[in-house]
Design a binder for this molecule. Structure first.
Ligand code: HEC
Length: 212
């Protein structure tokens, strides 16, 4: 009996030490020298989708940002991220393509550590669970007006959707029922989701096949 206890105790200590080394020490040693990127590095140019926002809603865009300069684009991305955090989008959406279950086929290349070492992932937006799809590579999957209609009223484009409506991301309705243009927060959030996955990757190697 004494012997069994001693073995169990030793095994417990051993596995504790092993998991500490594998999940604590190893990541620190192998990942801590990844350089931290600034927003200018992960968003080096103004995306076409941002120019398209201006074409689609010139008045609302002018009021929110003026001209679609790189500086204003960065301001939009920063604000979009704040709205994403503030509205709790991360309760239902992850930003992490895992190397299991053929996720690469659905969401694009599996995420790598380098993608999270930048200003836009502080704090990281891995999310907590997936009620909706992963959004890591959402940029360019849909059009700006799809996103606008979707944020205004998700079931209007995806009838079975359980995603909430976000009417406060739009200008107030004045005598009518038609959706109004997105306001500054709405435009920023669209710019942000259209940017997701569009940053230059330090490596394009992925263990899983890229989606077509
Ligand atoms: C209660 C959970 C929930 C919350 C909160 C939520 N979503 Fe969703 N979202 C979903 C579900 C479910 C879907 C899939 C059905 C659909 O497209 O509406 C979805 C779909 C999406 C899509 C479309 C993905 C694609 O290309 O098919 C985007 C983009 C999106 N959500 C962004 C957001 C953003 C931004 C927020 C915060 C403002 C948010 N969601 C909040 C549940 C949620």
């Amino acid at each position: 009996m004494e012997r069994v206890r001693a073995i169990l105790l030793l095994a417990g200590v051993f596995f504790f030490a092993l998991s500490f080394a594998l999940m604590g020490v190893l990541p620190i040693v192998s990942l801590s020298d990844i350089p931290t990127q600034t927003l200018a590095e992960v968003a080096p140019v103004v995306q076409d989708s941002f120019l398209d926002l201006k074409e689609r809603w010139p008045a609302a865009f002018g009021k929110a940002f003026g001209e679609p300069t790189l500086e204003n684009y960065h301001a939009a991305l920063r604000r979009g991220r704040e709205v994403y955090i503030g509205e709790g989008c991360w309760h239902c959406h992850s930003q992490y393509v895992r190397p299991v279950s053929n996720e690469g086929l659905r969401f694009g290349p599996v995420s790598i550590a380098e993608e999270y070492q930048n200003e836009m992932q502080m704090p990281v937006l891995f999310g907590t669970r997936r009620v909706g799809p992963d959004l890591t590579r959402e940029g360019g999957k849909r059009t700006n007006d799809w996103h606008a209609a979707h944020f205004f009223d998700p079931p209007s484009v995806v009838p079975t959707s359980v995603m909430p409506r976000y009417p406060w991301l739009f200008e107030p309705v004045v005598g009518g029922i038609l959706p109004t243009p997105p306001n500054r927060d709405g435009l920023s959030l669209i710019a942000y989701v259209q940017w997701l996955g569009k940053w230059p990757r330090p490596d394009v190697e992925s263990p899983v096949q890229e989606s077509p």
